[in-house]
Design a protein. Structure first.
Length: 261
């Protein structure tokens, strides 16, 4: 199928972008790796696509004090090659190669992935595990949201109509921090059947509910008890809820073993 007809605009400044986003039924276009397929499948029919790829404020990776700021337009591939991310954000660095395939990683952006809030996506769980902050801007000004507040539900975030996600700030890992990223997928690059971003004693599961699910646990026993109380993974075409819960337990044990050595 082909996408329905739409108008297209590429603003050069944030001000122009915010003005364009006031147009009825306008939608942000970043890397297009999720939005364009959804248009082609006629799951969405925006009147105007606002292509934000010319906005310099949304680009670049920089170390700022104790955190790393990643612009919303930074692609998965740019993050994969970033020495700052490899050095300071080991959990995120482990997650990136699991996102889709190389061609998609060349165009898809961290901002698009976070704004979409797919429950099976890797970055939202990493952001919750690391307590990242989201920098948001709209016509009325700038604001910040913590990861747990940003992800509100199934494909639902705290972004208001007309607002842009500008950047995500991750705290730099301390030498004593331990983290591990694990994912089970049918093939490498597919969306996860179940996945886990573990940071110190915080275990954040994805593909396990409408948004990242946090399971805390100071001991393996406690974490397992909390897992069965907290996690109610939805069944899909391939796995029942009980199978996913079992796999989540397997990932939890693997993560615990890695974090304890
Ligand atoms: C075959 C295939 C496999 C994939 N596998 C995975 C996977 O395993 N894991 C995974 O996480 N993703 C996967 N993806 C999705 C991919 O990672 C996309 O890059 C990502 O979800 C969206 O990024 P984008 O820049 O392409 O955003 P777009 O497609 O341009 O936009 C996505 C949504 O976010 C909004 N948006 C984009 N940027 C902003 C912004 N700065 N502010 C506000 N709103 C914004 C858009 O309006 C749209 O609603 C896959 C995609 C495909 C096609």
């Amino acid at each position: 199928m082909k996408a329905p007809a739409f108008a297209y605009a590429k603003p050069a400044t944030l001000g122009e972008a915010f003005a364009l986003l006031q147009v009825l039924n306008a939608k942000v276009l970043a890397g297009g790796q999720s939005l364009i397929p959804s248009l082609n499948m006629r799951l969405s029919s925006p009147g105007l696509l606002v292509d934000i790829t010319g906005l310099k404020e949304l680009k670049g990776i920089s170390v700022q004090g104790n955190s790393i700021r990643i612009g919303a337009l930074v692609t998965h591939a740019q993050m994969e090659r970033s020495p700052e991310i490899q050095k300071h954000l080991p959990l995120l660095a482990q997650a990136i190669p699991h996102v889709a395939h190389a061609a998609i990683r060349n165009r898809g952006t961290i901002g698009g992935s976070m704004a979409l809030a797919d429950p099976a996506a890797e970055y939202p769980a990493v952001a919750v595990a690391l307590e990242a902050e989201f920098l948001i801007e709209g016509k009325k000004g700038k604001r910040k949201a913590k990861a747990t507040a940003f992800f509100k539900g199934l494909f639902e975030t705290d972004l208001k109509p007309g607002e842009l996600l500008v950047a995500v700030e991750f705290p730099i890992a301390k030498p004593s921090d331990k983290s591990v990223f694990l994912e089970l997928a049918r093939r490498h690059g597919d969306y996860a059947i179940i996945g886990l971003a573990a940071h110190n004693s915080k275990f954040v599961f994805f593909s396990a509910g409408p948004k990242p699910v946090v399971v805390e646990g100071g001991s393996m026993q406690k974490a397992k008890e909390n897992l069965s109380k907290t996690l109610k993974p939805p069944a899909d075409l391939y796995s029942s809820s009980a199978a996913k819960l079992h796999l989540a337990g397997v990932l939890l044990e693997r993560a615990w073993t890695t974090l304890s050595t």
